[in-house]
Design a binder for this molecule. Structure first.
Ligand code: AMP
Ligand code: MN
Ligand code: MN
Length: 356
């Protein structure tokens, strides 16, 4: 579990970590190149996978396949259901349900996983595997594996993946490139966020040079929604609340979606993932928040900041994690109580970010 309100965890949410050392890169390359010919490799990404989690995992999996790794599985905890936009990704044949994943792989590799709480029931593989490699870019990463390639300056986990593939001598092809492009585009908000550095565009250029089609990929991943989802968004956005005095006067805008909302419009829970992007547009609030009901009295909470508030500290304090400007946690109770807990955390001093 990530969780608690102690200072150590709060400190972990700060981007103090360094880039991976040469020794760490060498250890990762050695773990992969010294794998026995029949070695079983299990790739795991975080629960409720997003584009970076899936794209990094499948892109690397395809790279390992090119290297000749034959016993290779990719998986994620929980129900083996992929959001519709991801159902045409390359490398999906690597995916197996969590219940069918190798119980004791020779090597386990985690993608975009900041803490063991994001591994669900697959957490036991960390102890059962011969070695555990962690590829990630969360500053809050708790370094739960054996070998860590954690770069908090990377815009996406796929940035780390591309570097490792280069060190392994695996060239980019269109399938790998599409996976890594989806990952990079997802975590940079389609190259709109501040982490969109020259290096990010240079990586995108390398990916595009393989001949992948950014227009078609973006439409499929970001701009396709069933009509029922459009109506669902109407209902949920219609109850959005603006609280200008919250977050020390920087403002909070928030809404919630229930299982009944989903049922009424015949939609699956993943349909709500992009909803935060519609809420966070609100100019009157720095902090935005969406509560998505996952069960009776249980909510998946997404938080975003435009740059003035460290929402990762709020999420960590409430049992979750994430990045300074994009974080989340699981909450329990009535919607009003969850909102009140968020308000209370947002009112604490020390969350304000400078230079925004
Ligand atoms: P989301 O709002 O689900 O897109 O997540 C935004 C960020 O918060 C991601 O970087 C996640 O890794 C992180 N995050 C979301 N939910 C949780 C959670 N329950 N525990 C830890 N981190 C989370
Ligand atoms: Mn992710
Ligand atoms: Mn990521």
């Amino acid at each position: 579990m990530t969780g608690g309100t102690n200072g150590a965890l709060l400190a972990e949410a700060q981007p103090t970590a360094e880039q991976p050392t040469e020794a760490e890169w060498a250890a990762a390359v050695a773990a992969l190149t010294r794998l026995p010919a029949d070695g079983r490799v299990l790739l795991i990404c975080h629960v409720n996978p997003d584009g970076d989690a899936l794209g990094s995992m499948l892109g690397f999996g395809l790279g390992l396949r090119r290297l000749g790794v034959r016993q290779l599985q990719a998986t994620f905890p929980g129900r083996p259901e992929l959001p519709e936009p991801f159902r045409a990704m390359p490398g999906l044949d690597l995916l197996v349900p969590a219940t069918e994943a190798y119980p004791d792989p020779d090597l386990v590799i985690c993608f975009d996983v900041a803490a063991v709480s994001r591994l669900g029931a697959l957490v036991d593989r960390l102890d059962r595997a011969g070695a555990a490699l962690v590829l990630d870019h969360h500053a809050s990463n708790t370094r739960f594996g054996g070998i860590h390639l954690v770069d908090p300056h990377a815009a996406a986990t796929s940035v780390v993946v591309e570097k490792l593939l280069t060190r392994l001598g695996v060239p980019l092809d269109q399938e790998i490139a599409e996976c890594l492009y989806i990952a990079l585009a997802t975590d940079t908000g389609s190259f709109r966020f501040d982490m969109t550095t020259p290096a990010v565009h240079e990586m995108a250029a390398r990916l595009l040079a393989t001949g992948i089609r950014p227009g078609e990929i973006s439409r499929r991943i970001f701009d396709s929604r069933p009509f029922g989802a459009v109506r669902l968004y109407g209902d949920v956005l219609g109850r959005t609340q603006l609280e200008p005095a919250a977050a020390g006067g920087r403002g909070l805008v928030w809404t919630y979606a229930t299982l009944e909302d989903l049922a009424r419009h015949g939609q699956r829970p993943y349909t709500l993932e992009p909803l935060i992007d519609s809420v966070r547009c609100t100019v009157e609030a720095d902090v935005s928040c969406v509560l998505k009901q996952v069960a009776e009295g249980e909510w998946a909470v997404s938080m975003r900041s435009k740059g003035a508030t460290d929402v990762s500290r709020v999420a960590v304090a409430l049992g979750g994690g994430g990045h300074r400007l994009a974080a989340g946690f699981t909450a329990y109770g009535a919607v009003g109580d969850v909102a009140e807990a968020i308000r209370a955390e947002l009112s604490r001093p020390g969350l304000e970010l400078s230079g925004s």
